[in-house]
Design a protein around this ligand. Structure first.
Ligand code: SF4
Length: 371
């Protein structure tokens, strides 16, 4: 069982629902208010991204203003762990990002540092593996099997923490495709059934599709005893962010009551993925853009295509590589890609016209017939 402040995860504890603030962390008032809104909606844990020393300093003030159990997402800045750990109950690190930073240090030393910081402040650790950012060595070891790469990476990090004698950890294996979330978590759980799992479909997108994708994954995993804490990652404006938590509780309740909804098959047809947004979103028009993309592309619903819409330059460029068409937001422009090829940066007012041209072109080239 993992202890994160007052929250128990795994070992027979009830499945908890958590969420993440999407406000700029340095905005102490807004982030404290959102943490409280998430807590009031039933979030057992509230995650906050820390990207700088300013964010780390803000966290101390946020801690004073909210009763929420806090988790810090260290994604790109694992060295900030020692500055934030005194104020939080759990630290999340992404092994893929750890690989790219402080290259002069061994992975073992970086994980040992995190375990030492977490242990001395009684924090839990989450090994947060994301299919879009697995370290390159795993892609080489598992050519054509990105799920295998993700699972192997998670298993290796468990082994590192085990060797270091750090036990208060859990794992997440996320992807934007619910089928891959199911497969990854099943494979991991078959190898390490005793390690608690945080479930989530990352970048599930807008409602209602984002909820449906999440339900697909959770309905397959939780009844099999896989999953100890959940997050529903939806693209929502800040004033509605707490709906992630309500929906998470509703999904758990439906599963507990045996209420399984019929769900569409995401194996074919148009698939729009969009990130849940967080403090890194570079333009507040992001949510509106995601909605506009969905509306614009509705004429292509019979075509087997994926369009990804991301809120920032941190994850936008990489996370859109696997999509047929990808958009990621900058402060004043939206970057458009076709697969891994950059098509350019376009103003928010004109990007949809260009997207339509590219979508028409793709459909024509593939010669697909809308169903
Ligand atoms: S893509 Fe960027 S804005 Fe969207 S959730 Fe990920 S880090 Fe946050």
């Amino acid at each position: 069982m993992v202890r994160a402040g007052p929250v128990r995860i795994g070992g027979g504890a009830p499945i908890s629902v958590q969420s993440m603030c999407a406000t700029p962390t340095r905005d102490v008032e807004a982030t404290s208010a959102q943490a409280e809104a998430l807590r009031a909606a039933g979030a057992a844990l509230v995650r906050v991204a820390v990207d700088s020393g300013v964010d780390a300093k803000a966290l101390a003030a946020i801690r004073e203003r909210t009763g929420a159990a806090l988790v810090v997402d260290l994604q790109e800045h694992f060295q900030l762990a020692e500055r934030v750990a005194p104020y939080v109950d759990k630290l999340r690190y992404n092994p893929g990002h750890l690989h790219h930073h402080a290259r002069q240090q061994s992975m073992r030393d970086k994980v040992a540092y995190l375990a030492e910081v977490a242990g001395s402040h009684d924090c839990a650790l989450r090994i947060g593996v994301n299919c879009g950012s697995v370290a390159p060595e795993y892609d080489k070891r598992f050519p054509g099997d990105s799920i295998g790469a993700m699972v192997s990476c998670a298993l290796d990090h468990c082994e590192l923490l085990d060797d270091l004698g750090f036990q208060n950890y859990l794992v997440s294996l996320k992807d934007s495709d619910p089928g891959r979330v199911i497969e990854g978590n099943r494979r991991f759980a078959s190898e390490r059934p005793e390690v608690p799992l945080h479930l989530g479909v990352t970048e599930a997108g807008l409602l209602p599709e984002g909820e449906i994708k999440t339900r697909i994954a959770f309905e397959q995993l939780i009844p099999q005893g896989i999953g100890d804490t959940i997050r529903v990652s939806l693209t929502l404006p800040n004033e509605r962010k707490h709906e992630e938590v309500r929906i998470g509780h509703e999904i758990l309740e439906d599963i507990a009551q045996g209420r399984f909804r019929s769900v569409p098959d995401f194996g074919g047809g148009l698939n729009i993925i969009s990130c849940p947004s967080c403090s890194r979103v570079e333009n507040t028009r992001f949510v509106e853009l995601a909605e506009q993309v969905r509306d614009l592309a509705s004429y292509a619903r019979g075509h087997d295509l994926t369009i990804a819409v991301m809120g920032c330059r941190v994850n936008g460029p990489g996370e859109t590589d696997d999509a047929d068409l990808g958009l990621w937001c900058g402060p004043r422009v939206v970057n458009l890609k076709r697969g891994e090829q950059k098509l350019g940066a376009f103003g928010y007012d004109v990007v949809l016209d260009r997207l339509r041209v590219e979508l028409d072109r793709l459909i024509e080239e593939r010669g697909e017939v809308a169903g």
